[in-house]
Design a protein around this ligand. Structure first.
Ligand code: NAP
Length: 318
């Protein structure tokens, strides 16, 4: 596929992960446009560009950008990297420009948003991605790559084949394979399995670390949090089993303990969000498990309790 045959990509949610992708797409010489929240963000981006620090080097990218109401060509390929709670309203603000059968690639933690998006946009071709990349925002349009990971991409929409990537995503996979220092992208024929597995780990670690205000490693031996971790694992595995999700090898508790050991000094993103008085993704993580459980008449008492505790301790919209 040469550049003239490519349809442009738009990125909605150009925070830490979205800027990583914008930088990679520019390096791949793709036509990429950032959809900013408002005119002020658009002007700031056009003035300073994206600065991505990777190790000791800082790269500057200068993608095009648009803000709602400015107009523009139809959006056919949309990468969405907003937090789960912000996604529906963010997409709504671009609905007029969105092609009804647009390819939408949703890259975020948590679950439930893809289904909600599909209900609103029944003809859209929705794909989901899950990543082990790490990045954080140093300031507006300034991002630091914290770690190089892998990104699994697969089909969400039931009307699409899950075995093959569409041309526009296949092209990204080819570019990623040729430049592995930017993004490592892989096609996954059963994307819901890795997404569920990541959700399961996040659901038993993140909210607990936020409620007890502890680093990941402290959770392993914490006298109050550890029993709750075990109960959360049990409830999550019950829901997964009843939803026919492939079990996590060696069990969720062993996997969670392995992650906690490997990231012992880290603060979970949910604890960071709570301490910074930002909304959290708890509704798309523990809330999703509770919702699935209620469809199956599973009470999920430990998940409900941790949600209540978090909302009580950090009383703000989440
Ligand atoms: N960062 C990581 O290392 C990492 C790793 C794995 C998975 N994830 C997941 O990836 C997703 C994105 O994470 P992130 O760390 O990149 O989040 P982030 O830095 O907070 O970025 C989200 C971006 O979405 C933008 N946004 C929200 N509503 C918008 C709207 N209506 N219009 C335009 N832009 C809008 C935000 O803009 P404002 O700044 O104006 O709010 C922000 O720039 C999350 O689900 C996260 O859990 C992140």
């Amino acid at each position: 596929m040469n550049k003239n045959q490519q349809q442009p990509w738009h990125i909605l949610g150009a925070g830490a992960i979205g800027c990583l992708w914008a930088h990679a797409m520019q390096q791949w010489q793709l036509d990429v446009t950032i959809l900013t929240r408002n005119k002020q963000q658009h002007q700031q981006l056009q003035t300073q560009g994206i600065q991505l620090t990777d190790g000791k080097v800082t790269y500057t990218s200068r993608p095009a950008s648009l803000y709602p109401g400015l107009g523009g060509a139809k959006i056919s390929n949309l990468l969405v990297c907003t937090k789960a709670y912000a996604t529906l309203s963010a997409v709504e603000s671009w609905r007029k420009l969105l092609h009804p059968q647009a390819n939408i690639l949703l890259l975020q933690n948590g679950m439930g948003t893809a289904q909600a998006l599909q209900t609103r946009l029944p003809k859209a071709n929705i794909y989901c991605a899950t990543t082990t990349d790490g990045a954080w925002r140093q300031g507006p349009w300034r991002v630091v790559r914290a770690g190089m990971g892998d990104t699994q991409i697969g089909t969400f929409s039931a009307h699409l084949s899950s075995h093959t990537a569409p041309a526009q995503i296949a092209h990204l996979l080819t570019l990623s394979a040729a430049h592995t220092n930017l993004l490592r992208l892989h096609w996954h024929a059963d994307i819901l399995t890795p997404i569920w597995h990541k959700l399961a780990i996040n659901s038993v670690i993140n909210a607990l670390t936020a409620v007890y205000q502890i680093n990941n490693g402290e959770l392993i031996k914490h006298s109050q949090a550890r029993p709750r971790l075990e109960q959360l694992c049990k409830e999550t595995e019950d829901v997964m089993s009843r939803c026919h999700i492939t079990p996590i090898p060696h069990g969720l508790l062993q996997q969670a303990l392995r992650v906690l050991n490997q990231t012992a000094d880290n603060q979970s993103s949910m604890l960071q969000d709570c301490l910074a008085d930002r909304p959290t993704e708890i509704d798309a993580i523990n809330g999703f498990i509770i919702q699935q459980g209620s469809l199956l008449h599973l009470p999920c008492a430990a998940h409900k309790q941790i949600c209540d505790d978090l909302h009580q301790q950090y009383p703000r919209p989440s």
